[in-house]
Design a protein. Sequence first.
Length: 323
Amino acid sequence: MTNNQKKIILYLAPLRGLTEYIYRNAFSRHFDGFDAAVSPFIPTMTAVRFKKTHLKDVLPENNHAMPIIPQIIGNSPGDFIPLAQSLFDLGYETVNWNLGCPFPMVAKKQRGSGLLPYPQKIEAFLEKTIPAIPNRLSIKARLGRNKTDEILTLLQIFNQYPLDEVIVHPRTGKQMYDGEPDLDMFEKCLQVSEHKIVYNGDINDLATFKIFSERFKTVDRWMIGRGALANPFLPATIKNGKDDSANKIDVFRAFYDDLFEQYRQAFHGPGHLLDRMKGFWTYFSRSFQNSRQIKKKIHRTQKLEHYLKIVDRFFAEDAKWVD
Ligand SMILES: Cc1cc2nc3c(=O)[nH]c(=O)nc-3n(C[C@H](O)[C@H](O)[C@H](O)COP(=O)(O)O)c2cc1C
Protein backbone atom coordinates (compact mmCIF):
# COMPACT_ATOMS: atom_id res chain seq x y z
CA MET A 1 0.00 0.00 0.00
CA THR A 2 1.41 3.42 -0.84
CA ASN A 3 1.46 6.36 1.53
CA ASN A 4 -1.34 8.21 -0.16
CA GLN A 5 -3.64 5.19 0.11
CA LYS A 6 -2.85 4.44 3.74
CA LYS A 7 -5.18 6.33 6.08
CA ILE A 8 -3.14 8.29 8.54
CA ILE A 9 -3.83 10.75 11.32
CA LEU A 10 -1.65 13.86 11.51
CA TYR A 11 -1.39 15.94 14.65
CA LEU A 12 0.05 19.42 14.99
CA ALA A 13 2.55 19.24 17.86
CA PRO A 14 2.30 21.59 20.82
CA LEU A 15 4.98 24.30 20.72
CA ARG A 16 4.50 26.73 23.56
CA GLY A 17 4.75 30.32 22.38
CA LEU A 18 4.03 29.31 18.77
CA THR A 19 1.17 26.89 18.10
CA GLU A 20 -1.47 28.56 20.27
CA TYR A 21 -4.96 29.23 18.92
CA ILE A 22 -4.02 32.27 16.81
CA TYR A 23 -1.53 30.17 14.85
CA ARG A 24 -3.84 27.16 14.65
CA ASN A 25 -6.72 29.28 13.32
CA ALA A 26 -4.55 31.11 10.79
CA PHE A 27 -3.07 27.79 9.67
CA SER A 28 -6.55 26.38 9.07
CA ARG A 29 -7.60 29.38 6.99
CA HIS A 30 -4.71 28.87 4.55
CA PHE A 31 -3.53 25.26 4.79
CA ASP A 32 -4.72 21.73 5.22
CA GLY A 33 -3.62 18.34 6.38
CA PHE A 34 -3.85 18.27 10.17
CA ASP A 35 -6.61 16.23 11.77
CA ALA A 36 -6.11 17.75 15.21
CA ALA A 37 -3.62 19.54 17.43
CA VAL A 38 -2.39 18.94 20.94
CA SER A 39 -2.36 22.35 22.63
CA PRO A 40 0.78 23.71 24.30
CA PHE A 41 0.80 22.75 27.95
CA ILE A 42 -1.35 24.29 30.65
CA PRO A 43 0.42 24.03 34.01
CA THR A 44 -1.51 22.68 36.97
CA MET A 45 -1.83 25.01 39.89
CA THR A 46 -3.67 25.18 43.14
CA ALA A 47 -7.31 26.25 42.91
CA VAL A 48 -6.49 29.51 44.69
CA ARG A 49 -4.14 30.65 41.90
CA PHE A 50 -6.29 29.38 39.06
CA LYS A 51 -7.88 31.96 36.71
CA LYS A 52 -10.00 31.52 33.59
CA THR A 53 -7.29 33.24 31.52
CA HIS A 54 -5.18 30.09 31.98
CA LEU A 55 -7.63 28.34 29.68
CA LYS A 56 -7.75 31.06 27.00
CA ASP A 57 -5.86 28.96 24.45
CA VAL A 58 -8.35 26.12 24.68
CA LEU A 59 -11.64 27.99 25.06
CA PRO A 60 -14.07 26.58 22.48
CA GLU A 61 -14.81 30.08 21.11
CA ASN A 62 -11.13 30.36 20.14
CA ASN A 63 -11.02 26.91 18.56
CA HIS A 64 -13.57 26.51 15.80
CA ALA A 65 -11.13 25.53 13.08
CA MET A 66 -8.96 22.66 14.30
CA PRO A 67 -10.00 20.01 16.83
CA ILE A 68 -7.70 20.09 19.86
CA ILE A 69 -6.61 17.93 22.74
CA PRO A 70 -5.60 20.17 25.65
CA GLN A 71 -2.31 19.28 27.31
CA ILE A 72 -1.63 19.52 31.04
CA ILE A 73 1.76 19.52 32.76
CA GLY A 74 1.98 18.63 36.43
CA ASN A 75 2.67 15.82 38.87
CA SER A 76 -0.02 16.13 41.50
CA PRO A 77 -3.34 14.34 40.98
CA GLY A 78 -4.91 16.82 43.41
CA ASP A 79 -4.19 19.68 41.00
CA PHE A 80 -4.53 17.72 37.74
CA ILE A 81 -8.01 16.33 38.45
CA PRO A 82 -9.89 19.66 38.81
CA LEU A 83 -8.12 21.07 35.74
CA ALA A 84 -9.08 18.00 33.68
CA GLN A 85 -12.64 18.39 34.99
CA SER A 86 -12.72 22.07 33.91
CA LEU A 87 -11.52 21.00 30.47
CA PHE A 88 -14.21 18.32 30.33
CA ASP A 89 -16.80 20.97 31.20
CA LEU A 90 -15.53 22.94 28.20
CA GLY A 91 -16.19 19.88 26.02
CA TYR A 92 -12.82 18.12 25.98
CA GLU A 93 -13.30 14.37 26.25
CA THR A 94 -9.56 13.73 26.05
CA VAL A 95 -6.69 15.48 27.81
CA ASN A 96 -2.99 14.89 27.28
CA TRP A 97 -0.41 14.58 30.06
CA ASN A 98 3.00 16.11 29.32
CA LEU A 99 5.87 13.78 30.27
CA GLY A 100 8.31 15.29 27.82
CA CYS A 101 9.16 18.91 28.60
CA PRO A 102 12.99 18.97 28.71
CA PHE A 103 13.62 22.39 30.25
CA PRO A 104 15.69 22.10 33.44
CA MET A 105 13.48 24.58 35.34
CA VAL A 106 10.49 22.33 34.71
CA ALA A 107 12.28 18.97 34.95
CA LYS A 108 13.91 19.69 38.28
CA LYS A 109 10.44 20.04 39.79
CA GLN A 110 9.68 16.49 38.56
CA ARG A 111 7.37 17.73 35.87
CA GLY A 112 7.51 16.88 32.15
CA SER A 113 10.56 14.73 31.34
CA GLY A 114 11.71 15.26 34.97
CA LEU A 115 9.17 12.65 36.07
CA LEU A 116 10.35 9.93 33.66
CA PRO A 117 13.01 8.41 36.00
CA TYR A 118 10.31 7.83 38.66
CA PRO A 119 8.05 5.00 37.43
CA GLN A 120 6.47 4.52 40.85
CA LYS A 121 5.40 8.16 40.98
CA ILE A 122 3.98 7.88 37.49
CA GLU A 123 2.08 4.73 38.41
CA ALA A 124 0.72 6.34 41.59
CA PHE A 125 -0.37 9.36 39.54
CA LEU A 126 -2.23 7.20 37.02
CA GLU A 127 -3.77 5.05 39.75
CA LYS A 128 -5.30 8.11 41.43
CA THR A 129 -6.03 10.27 38.42
CA ILE A 130 -7.59 7.94 35.85
CA PRO A 131 -10.59 6.85 37.93
CA ALA A 132 -11.12 10.42 39.13
CA ILE A 133 -11.32 12.28 35.80
CA PRO A 134 -14.23 12.21 33.38
CA ASN A 135 -11.89 12.55 30.38
CA ARG A 136 -9.86 9.93 28.56
CA LEU A 137 -6.13 10.39 29.03
CA SER A 138 -3.36 10.37 26.45
CA ILE A 139 0.34 10.82 27.22
CA LYS A 140 3.14 12.61 25.39
CA ALA A 141 6.56 11.37 26.48
CA ARG A 142 10.22 11.32 25.62
CA LEU A 143 12.33 8.17 25.87
CA GLY A 144 13.59 9.15 29.31
CA ARG A 145 15.13 11.99 31.26
CA ASN A 146 18.72 10.68 31.23
CA LYS A 147 18.61 7.30 29.47
CA THR A 148 16.80 6.16 26.37
CA ASP A 149 15.41 2.98 27.96
CA GLU A 150 13.52 4.60 30.86
CA ILE A 151 10.43 4.49 28.62
CA LEU A 152 10.37 0.69 28.44
CA THR A 153 9.43 0.29 32.13
CA LEU A 154 6.91 3.08 31.76
CA LEU A 155 5.20 1.55 28.74
CA GLN A 156 4.62 -1.62 30.75
CA ILE A 157 2.96 0.49 33.43
CA PHE A 158 0.93 2.34 30.79
CA ASN A 159 -0.27 -1.05 29.48
CA GLN A 160 -2.17 -1.55 32.74
CA TYR A 161 -4.27 1.59 32.24
CA PRO A 162 -6.87 2.63 29.68
CA LEU A 163 -5.01 5.30 27.73
CA ASP A 164 -6.17 6.85 24.49
CA GLU A 165 -2.71 6.87 22.92
CA VAL A 166 0.94 7.44 23.76
CA ILE A 167 2.89 10.02 21.77
CA VAL A 168 6.62 9.28 21.76
CA HIS A 169 9.32 11.78 20.88
CA PRO A 170 12.37 9.52 20.68
CA ARG A 171 14.92 11.71 22.44
CA THR A 172 15.82 12.02 26.12
CA GLY A 173 15.04 15.16 28.11
CA LYS A 174 18.76 15.79 28.57
CA GLN A 175 19.18 15.82 24.78
CA MET A 176 16.71 18.73 24.45
CA TYR A 177 16.37 18.92 20.65
CA ASP A 178 19.92 17.91 19.75
CA GLY A 179 21.18 14.77 18.09
CA GLU A 180 19.17 12.28 16.10
CA PRO A 181 15.90 10.74 17.25
CA ASP A 182 16.60 7.17 18.44
CA LEU A 183 14.58 5.16 15.94
CA ASP A 184 15.77 1.78 17.26
CA MET A 185 14.42 2.60 20.70
CA PHE A 186 11.19 3.84 19.12
CA GLU A 187 10.88 0.45 17.44
CA LYS A 188 11.26 -1.22 20.84
CA CYS A 189 8.48 1.00 22.17
CA LEU A 190 6.19 -0.35 19.45
CA GLN A 191 7.00 -3.89 20.55
CA VAL A 192 6.33 -3.20 24.24
CA SER A 193 3.25 -0.98 24.07
CA GLU A 194 -0.27 -2.33 23.87
CA HIS A 195 -1.53 1.21 23.28
CA LYS A 196 -1.64 3.10 20.03
CA ILE A 197 1.68 4.88 19.58
CA VAL A 198 2.06 8.22 17.82
CA TYR A 199 5.47 8.96 16.31
CA ASN A 200 6.81 12.52 16.84
CA GLY A 201 10.15 14.01 15.89
CA ASP A 202 12.03 15.53 12.97
CA ILE A 203 9.46 14.89 10.25
CA ASN A 204 10.70 17.81 8.20
CA ASP A 205 9.84 16.71 4.67
CA LEU A 206 7.95 14.11 2.67
CA ALA A 207 11.05 12.00 2.07
CA THR A 208 11.68 11.65 5.82
CA PHE A 209 8.04 10.82 6.44
CA LYS A 210 8.22 8.10 3.79
CA ILE A 211 11.32 6.58 5.40
CA PHE A 212 9.68 6.55 8.84
CA SER A 213 6.35 5.20 7.59
CA GLU A 214 8.10 2.44 5.61
CA ARG A 215 10.03 1.46 8.72
CA PHE A 216 7.16 1.72 11.24
CA LYS A 217 4.42 0.06 9.25
CA THR A 218 2.03 -0.36 12.17
CA VAL A 219 2.08 3.35 12.99
CA ASP A 220 -0.78 5.33 11.52
CA ARG A 221 -0.59 8.43 13.76
CA TRP A 222 2.10 11.03 13.35
CA MET A 223 2.80 14.36 15.01
CA ILE A 224 4.66 17.23 13.37
CA GLY A 225 5.90 20.43 14.99
CA ARG A 226 8.90 22.34 13.67
CA GLY A 227 8.66 20.80 10.20
CA ALA A 228 5.15 22.22 9.75
CA LEU A 229 6.07 25.59 11.23
CA ALA A 230 8.86 25.84 8.69
CA ASN A 231 6.80 24.47 5.83
CA PRO A 232 3.04 24.70 6.38
CA PHE A 233 2.45 22.90 3.06
CA LEU A 234 3.99 19.77 4.58
CA PRO A 235 0.94 18.19 6.29
CA ALA A 236 -1.13 18.30 3.06
CA THR A 237 1.88 17.08 1.08
CA ILE A 238 2.14 14.08 3.40
CA LYS A 239 -1.60 13.41 3.23
CA ASN A 240 -1.56 13.57 -0.59
CA GLY A 241 1.67 11.60 -0.90
CA LYS A 242 2.95 14.38 -3.13
CA ASP A 243 3.45 18.11 -3.16
CA ASP A 244 0.89 19.67 -5.44
CA SER A 245 0.85 23.11 -3.88
CA ALA A 246 1.22 26.06 -6.27
CA ASN A 247 2.22 29.71 -5.77
CA LYS A 248 3.88 28.92 -2.50
CA ILE A 249 5.26 32.36 -1.82
CA ASP A 250 1.86 34.04 -2.41
CA VAL A 251 0.00 31.52 -0.28
CA PHE A 252 2.60 31.75 2.47
CA ARG A 253 2.54 35.55 2.36
CA ALA A 254 -1.26 35.63 2.73
CA PHE A 255 -0.96 33.29 5.71
CA TYR A 256 1.84 35.35 7.24
CA ASP A 257 -0.11 38.63 6.84
CA ASP A 258 -3.15 37.04 8.46
CA LEU A 259 -1.08 35.66 11.35
CA PHE A 260 0.66 39.00 11.89
CA GLU A 261 -2.62 40.91 11.89
CA GLN A 262 -4.23 38.52 14.39
CA TYR A 263 -1.26 38.86 16.74
CA ARG A 264 -1.18 42.64 16.26
CA GLN A 265 -4.76 42.78 17.47
CA ALA A 266 -4.21 40.36 20.34
CA PHE A 267 -0.93 41.65 21.75
CA HIS A 268 -0.38 44.92 23.54
CA GLY A 269 2.86 46.66 22.71
CA PRO A 270 5.21 46.39 19.75
CA GLY A 271 7.98 44.65 21.74
CA HIS A 272 5.80 41.70 22.57
CA LEU A 273 4.58 41.42 18.98
CA LEU A 274 8.10 41.67 17.58
CA ASP A 275 9.35 38.94 19.92
CA ARG A 276 6.56 36.61 18.87
CA MET A 277 7.29 37.23 15.18
CA LYS A 278 11.00 36.58 15.73
CA GLY A 279 10.02 33.23 17.27
CA PHE A 280 8.05 32.34 14.14
CA TRP A 281 10.81 33.42 11.76
CA THR A 282 13.23 31.01 13.47
CA TYR A 283 11.17 28.35 11.70
CA PHE A 284 9.66 30.24 8.71
CA SER A 285 13.13 31.16 7.47
CA ARG A 286 14.01 27.48 6.98
CA SER A 287 11.76 27.20 3.94
CA PHE A 288 13.49 30.00 2.07
CA GLN A 289 16.78 30.13 0.24
CA ASN A 290 19.44 32.06 2.18
CA SER A 291 17.45 31.33 5.31
CA ARG A 292 20.23 32.31 7.69
CA GLN A 293 20.44 35.78 6.22
CA ILE A 294 16.77 36.65 6.66
CA LYS A 295 16.65 35.04 10.09
CA LYS A 296 19.66 37.05 11.22
CA LYS A 297 18.25 40.32 9.89
CA ILE A 298 14.94 39.78 11.64
CA HIS A 299 16.49 38.66 14.90
CA ARG A 300 18.77 41.70 15.04
CA THR A 301 15.88 44.16 14.66
CA GLN A 302 14.79 46.02 17.76
CA LYS A 303 12.00 48.14 16.25
CA LEU A 304 8.71 46.98 14.80
CA GLU A 305 8.79 49.55 11.93
CA HIS A 306 12.19 48.27 10.92
CA TYR A 307 10.98 44.67 11.11
CA LEU A 308 7.99 45.48 8.86
CA LYS A 309 10.28 47.00 6.23
CA ILE A 310 12.60 43.99 6.27
CA VAL A 311 9.73 41.54 5.83
CA ASP A 312 8.10 43.61 3.08
CA ARG A 313 11.33 43.86 1.15
CA PHE A 314 12.02 40.17 1.67
CA PHE A 315 8.68 39.11 0.19
CA ALA A 316 8.90 41.66 -2.63
CA GLU A 317 12.46 40.97 -3.73
CA ASP A 318 14.26 38.02 -2.15
CA ALA A 319 11.88 35.29 -1.05
CA LYS A 320 12.54 32.02 -2.89
CA TRP A 321 11.05 28.80 -1.61
CA VAL A 322 13.45 25.92 -1.06
CA ASP A 323 12.42 22.77 -2.89
C1 LIG B 1 9.67 26.10 21.33
C2 LIG B 1 9.10 24.75 21.64
C3 LIG B 1 8.01 24.63 22.51
C4 LIG B 1 7.48 23.37 22.83
N1 LIG B 1 6.37 23.28 23.67
C5 LIG B 1 5.86 22.04 23.96
C6 LIG B 1 4.70 21.89 24.79
O1 LIG B 1 4.08 22.86 25.28
N2 LIG B 1 4.26 20.62 25.04
C7 LIG B 1 4.88 19.51 24.50
O2 LIG B 1 4.45 18.39 24.74
N3 LIG B 1 5.95 19.63 23.70
C8 LIG B 1 6.43 20.85 23.41
N4 LIG B 1 7.49 20.94 22.53
C9 LIG B 1 7.99 19.73 21.85
C10 LIG B 1 7.23 19.51 20.52
O3 LIG B 1 5.86 19.28 20.74
C11 LIG B 1 7.79 18.29 19.77
O4 LIG B 1 7.71 17.17 20.60
C12 LIG B 1 9.24 18.49 19.33
O5 LIG B 1 9.43 19.77 18.74
C13 LIG B 1 9.67 17.40 18.36
O6 LIG B 1 8.83 17.35 17.23
P1 LIG B 1 9.21 18.07 15.83
O7 LIG B 1 10.58 17.60 15.46
O8 LIG B 1 8.15 17.64 14.87
O9 LIG B 1 9.19 19.54 16.11
C14 LIG B 1 8.04 22.19 22.24
C15 LIG B 1 9.14 22.33 21.37
C16 LIG B 1 9.67 23.56 21.06
C17 LIG B 1 10.83 23.64 20.11
